[in-house]
Design a protein around this ligand. Structure first.
Ligand code: SF4
Ligand code: SF4
Length: 104
């Protein structure tokens, strides 16, 4: 088992508002999305894997996802992709595991 809570990968439920904002800043600063072929110039904020950033309003077409090369991806042991179009790590985890639980 990894060191991060699967339902709260970034540990945001146990930190206060300031710490949350700092962590979001950290994720956005280290995010590789602006260099990804799927990314649409000018879209902000990036760091789509982080809870509450939400999916992109501009990105419509999935080309390739380079999240696997991102330091945040490794640090927080993420395991999904296309956060910009499909929703955050926790959101996708719930969707896939929810579907699996129902045998779909
Ligand atoms: S894992 Fe992907 S969405 Fe998350 S910070 Fe890295 S490049 Fe951005
Ligand atoms: S989430 Fe993945 S596909 Fe979307 S812009 Fe970031 S690296 Fe590219």
């Amino acid at each position: 088992m990894g060191k991060h809570d699967r339902l709260d990968t970034f540990g945001v439920t146990v930190i206060d508002k300031d710490a949350y904002a700092k962590k979001q800043d950290y994720v956005v600063k280290n995010c590789k999305c602006p260099t990804c072929p799927t990314y649409v110039a000018g879209d902000a904020p990036v760091g789509y894997c982080f809870p509450l950033i939400g999916t992109s309003a501009k990105i419509q077409k999935e080309v390739n996802c380079i999240c696997g090369t991102c330091p945040i991806y490794k640090e927080y042991e993420l395991n999904h992709s296309f956060y910009c179009t499909r929703c955050s790590q926790v959101c996708q985890m719930l969707k896939t595991e929810g579907a699996a639980a129902q045998g779909t």
